[in-house]
Every structure is written in structure tokens, then in C-alpha cells.
Design a protein around this ligand. Sequence first.
Ligand SMILES: *Cc1c(COP(=O)(O)O)cnc(C)c1O
Length: 379
Amino acid sequence: MKLETKLIHAGAEPDPSTGAIMTPIYQTSTYVQESPGVHKGYEYARTQNPTRHSLQLALATVENGKFGLCFSSGSAAADAVITLLNPGDEIIAANDMYGGTYRLFTKIFVKYGLKFHFINMQDANEVSKYINKNTKLIWTETPTNPMMNITDIAAVAAIAKKNHVLLCVDNTFASPYLQSPLDFGADIVLHSATKYIGGHSDSVHGCLIMNDESLNDQLAFIQNSCGAVPGPQDCFLILRGLKTLHVRMQRHCENGEKIAHWLRNNPKVDKVYWCGFEDHPNHEIAKKQMRGFGGMMSFTLKDDSIEAAKKVLSSTKLFALAESLGGVESLIGHPATMTHASIPKEERMKNGLVDSLMRLSVGIEDADDLIADLDRAIG
Ligand SMILES: *Cc1c(COP(=O)(O)O)cnc(C)c1O
């Protein structure tokens, strides 16, 4: 079955009690048992909920995985993965990733005796250099936020397999429509479903997808024990969002391509970071592992003052100045003070994340209207 069909039908059985085509929002905390231990598979809503169950099945299917687990946010999903580890374990992570993940690793987990190596994952060979007997997990995000760098998933997965280390790929930027990390050998796929999967900026949600049953059992144990589960209404919204992911992503890609080229041809613009450009340093790998290049990009102006960037950030009208990404509406953001403020400036600068860098999440409005909006703001 093709992805477009899976997105609409996966996990969706008519509701057994009424035939409702959409899985209802099972807004309940508990389930009545016939006699002790005799029940319909549902005991308590932290552990199981039918709305969440449908969504977990759907997410697993669209990521070409066997198991899906939902969490109250993408960060809660990341927290669950790291909770698999023990003090003394080491993690090799990309040095260019979502600021909140970096904060979770360095401000929360370092104090539990975990050791993180933040490295440049654009070169898979770098990863091997940091592997030792304590290494348990490799963590990458591709494309990265906000520099749009690419990790070669198959190459890093091969290193992970050889060394019996888990590989977790944050697939938030690509979405299951553009990239299937499990097919390239990743062990766990993570999404902030808050972004493209939900797609309507109305819910915060996260998920993990995997093929290995014992890994799923361990993570389901953590999901239930730590309790960072999403409510049924959020699961319903994400399930609804998922059904239109393919049509939204097609438009995000078309608009993204037009805007990336327009920016590149604008004399006031200096650098444009978008992995669809043929001269993007990792374009060949992006082409190999992605089915399109999406609507996320970053850019700087020739005038690299923070004032010039601030003027653009506060004068777009269609591109709303806001954190987050992946919704139907276009957003503009300033990583240095918004999404990546929790990364120290020296660390940010190492990756080219300068104070004047602006990030666009290109929505699915009319491309010409979006270009006119940027044109006015860049002046
Ligand atoms: C937003 C985001 C997260 C965190 O997800 P939340 O749902 O906000 O907790 C993780 N990774 C990436 C790439 C993100 O963009």
C-alpha cells in the first residue's frame, strides 16, 4: 500500500460500539471491569486509551515500523529514549539540533551520570571516532534545525549496528512523508508531532516508532511508568492531521522550493540554507534518503547586523513571528533568541548559527503572496 493511502487508513477501524468512522475521543480515566482482571484490554488510561491506540498504530504504519508510542510532547518522547540508559553510558549526538533536545541532554541528563559527545554528524566517519565500550546510543536529527545539515542515515546506522549501539533519528523536519529512517537502518524514529504531523498548530505531541519488540516493551514500560502520555483529544487532533500530511507536504515542498530560489536571487540576502539546492554540501545524501526537500529554510542578510534581522522579523505580515514549525501557516523565527536560546553562543557560532540568522517555516498559502510578504519586509 502506498503512503498516501496508509496516511488515511492506517490504524482506523470503525468504532466497535457505533461504527463511527473516526476513532472517538475516549475521554475517560478508567474502564469498568466485569470481574477482577476480566476486561476489554483497557484498565487505566495512562496505560491504554483507544484513541491513543489508533494513533500509535497509524504512526507505526506510516513510518514503516511495527510499533508506535505516543507522548505528551516531542521532548517527552526524547526523555523516554534517554531513560533507557544507565549512569556511565555515553551518547554521541549531532552538534546541530533542536535547542530543547540539547537542553534536555546537558541540563537534565548530564547530572544523572550520562556523557554526551556533540559532534559533526555530516561526516559519518566522525561517529566511529567517539565509539567506545560505554557508547549506547547515537542521536541525530536530519535535516537539522536550523542549519539544514544532513546526516547520512544509512552510513551512521551501519556504524551503529556494527558496534551494537542504538540509533535514534529525530525525523520531525522531514516528516514521514519525506523520509523513512527505519528503512535506512535506524532503530528508533522520533517526531515532535506538534509540527508537520499535526500540521495545524493546535496540539503539542510526540511519538517514537520502532521495529524491535523488546525495545518497544522497554519504552512502553517507561511511557507507563513515567506517565508523560498525551490526552485523547490531542491524539484525535494528531490522527486528523495525519490524514492530510501528504497533500500538505506536497505544497510545503512546492512553496519551499519557490521561496528558497527567490531568496537566493535577492541581492539583499547573503546565505540561504535549504537542502534542495544542488550545491548544498549534503544534497546528494538528501536526494538519496528524502523524497522532497520540504519547507524549512534559514537565511542571513548581507547586512549582518541584528537590527537588520529584527526589522525583517517584525515586519512580515503573513509570516508570523513565532516559535514552532510545520503548520499550514507560515512562520518566521529568530533561532538565536527563540528556539536555540538555550544553546551557548560559542556553541551556536561553531555551526554558523549567527545572531542574524532567520528561519522560515514555509506554509501552504499562495507562494506569490508569501514572496510579496518577504519582499516588503526585506525591502
Ligand atoms: C519541536 C521539536 C522538538 C521538541 O518537540 P516538542 O513537541 O516541542 O516537545 C524536537 N525536535 C525537533 C526537531 C523539534 O523541532
